[in-house]
Design a protein. Structure first.
Length: 167
């Protein structure tokens, strides 16, 4: 039979295709996990390098987009240029130690809280506390107006007359 070997090859390929597909997907998942672990390890090393020297002043976020250089993003206190300069020096040294040659550095000004916003927050918290106390006092007044429960009866268990409470 002239086409017999081709048929056998096609049958073998079709029989092995689920296994080959599963192996391909497992390889892809392993590659993705290694990549994610490398990004997390780089972020931890960079964060540790900065916090060891300066304390917890910034929280860098490291990522590695496909086909693009590494990316380091952080909010920095632009009002303190000497600190920003030191952060950049430490970042460069840490990335060099990690053998990351190409990277993008994205610096975003750190938002500064205003006194006005803090004051309004305190006022809102005080108003909420006053409302809570008023509700408690009103609940206490309504509880005092209720008839006293007979001895041996529980306050929380109320049931319709003629029906027994579930035990």
């Amino acid at each position: 039979m002239p086409g017999g070997s081709v048929r056998i090859a096609v049958a073998a390929l079709l029989g092995l295709s689920p296994i080959l597909t599963a192996l391909g997907l497992l390889t892809l998942a392993e590659w993705r996990d290694r990549r994610r672990a490398a990004v997390i390890a780089s972020q931890v090393r960079l964060t540790d390098a900065i916090s060891t020297e300066l304390g917890e002043v910034v929280a860098p976020v490291v990522s590695k987009p496909l086909g693009a250089p590494w990316r380091v993003e952080m909010h920095v206190p632009m009002a303190r240029p000497a600190l920003v300069s030191r952060i950049l020096t430490i970042t460069q040294a840490a990335l060099r130690d990690l053998r990351i040659a190409r990277y993008e550095l994205v610096l975003t000004p750190e938002p500064t809280p205003t006194r006005r916003a803090e004051g309004s927050r305190v006022r809102r918290l005080r108003a909420a506390r006053v409302d809570q106390l008023q509700r408690r006092s009103e609940a206490g007044l309504t509880a005092a107006r209720r008839r006293p429960t007979p001895p041996g009866a529980s306050r929380g268990a109320r049931h319709a007359p003629g029906r027994r409470a579930a035990s």
